[in-house]
Design a protein around this ligand. Structure first.
Ligand code: SF4
Length: 357
């Protein structure tokens, strides 16, 4: 294999204790990834070129199967050792499950836990409900405090924006910061119609959020978009836009694809979105094409064919552009502003630290 795989997302299970409004996963079939499929996928990741590898557990709710994850971390360790490579571990959770053992493991293994949280009770409750329709907001908020107390720098927020509450973004962002998060990953819901008005509102709100971050920098309080770590750092090559490089997913049944597991009706679409499986490997097309940006653009367009997901990807493009422009602005101003200079320096240090253990 000539093409590098930098990151793999492991959809541990289709099982979950929440019923988020935007989520398409069939939770009733409770599929759990087999260890043998996990092991093969990890091997593919480390075998591919490149020294730095990212592994992210998600689902469903991965912490329902924490014992499996613990075993799989040993597999990752051994494989990294075999190929003499560095790795970073992430785990995306709905934040409803916490135990002493989980907290201990996060610290010991330097796992970055990203909790889905929407800031205010109103925004959070719009989507993140238990099966009995109760809002998970207060439980998640309480657990986030414990995660932050356990390890503030390893606790990230996934702020998943639904087009129906894009107007709340500034207030939600304030709540997220006030709770103590220092790193926020703004995600945009796919599978829902956004529309022109919401895109314009999203642009405006991204500007407001970036201004808030800048105001904080000037008070020597450093808050980051998660994407900034890569953008400020040399371990990432922005030219590689192929999803094989950065958006590869292993689904709970052992198949590979690029679509986010929770945003697509997997049973209905799987024939169109699968690009291989852990046993037979990847479609040849993705192994050696050399990451030519022009070719990739055509290829990406063909792969992400679903109309309702296109809207979400436009929102994600707006987000990416706003963050990239903000980074460029900060870099440009870093020579004359000591706080910005320190802010960037800290981001690079933090990015390095994700590979330390
Ligand atoms: S989005 Fe995540 S937390 Fe929500 S129901 Fe789907 S899997 Fe569960």
């Amino acid at each position: 294999m000539r093409n590098e795989i930098r990151k793999i997302k492991i959809a541990v299970t289709s099982d979950c204790n929440l019923r988020c409004e935007h989520c398409f996963i069939n939770k009733n079939n409770k599929i759990v990834l087999k260890t043998v499929d996990f092991e093969r996928a990890i091997n593919q990741l480390f075998m591919s070129p490149g020294h730095f590898k990212k592994i992210e557990f998600y689902g469903g709710e991965p912490l329902l199967y924490f014992d499996k994850i613990k075993d799989w971390i040993s597999i990752i360790k051994n494989t990294a050792l075999k190929y003499d490579k560095k790795y970073a571990l992430f785990l995306a959770s709905n934040g409803t499950i916490i135990t002493k053992e989980i907290l201990k493991c996060i610290k010991k293994e330097n796992i970055f836990i990203a909790v889905s949280f929407s800031g205010t009770e109103k925004s959070h409750g719009y989507n993140r409900l238990f099966e009995n329709k109760h809002n998970s907001y207060f439980l998640v908020k309480k657990n986030i405090k414990s995660f932050l107390k356990n390890s503030a720098s390893n606790t990230f927020c996934i702020y998943c924006i639904d087009p129906n509450f894009v107007e709340n973004m500034s207030i939600d962002f304030d709540e997220i910061i006030n709770l103590g998060f220092k790193t926020i990953n703004i995600e945009c819901v796919c599978g829902k119609a956004w529309g022109e008005k919401k895109f314009i509102e999203l642009e405006r709100k991204m500007d407001e959020i970036n201004q808030k971050i800048l105001n904080l920098i000037n008070k020597k309080i450093f808050v980051y978009h998660e994407k900034m770590y890569d953008l400020f750092s040399k371990t990432h090559n922005e030219q590689k836009i192929c999803p094989f490089y950065q958006d590869l997913e292993l689904y709970p049944d052992g198949n590979f694809g690029f679509y986010p597991f929770s945003f697509v009706n997997y049973e209905k679409e799987k024939r169109n979105i699968i690009i291989g499986d852990s046993l037979k490997g990847f479609n040849k097309k993705y192994l050696n094409c050399g990451y030519d940006p022009k070719k990739c653009q055509k290829c990406i367009k063909k792969y992400y064919y679903k109309k309702n997901l296109v809207d979400g990807s436009i929102a994600l493009k707006i987000r990416d552009k706003k963050i990239a422009d903000f980074c460029k602005f900060l870099i440009k101003n870093s020579s004359k502003n000591e706080n910005i200079k320190n802010y960037i320096k800290k981001a690079i240090e933090l990015n390095k630290s994700i590979y330390e253990r």
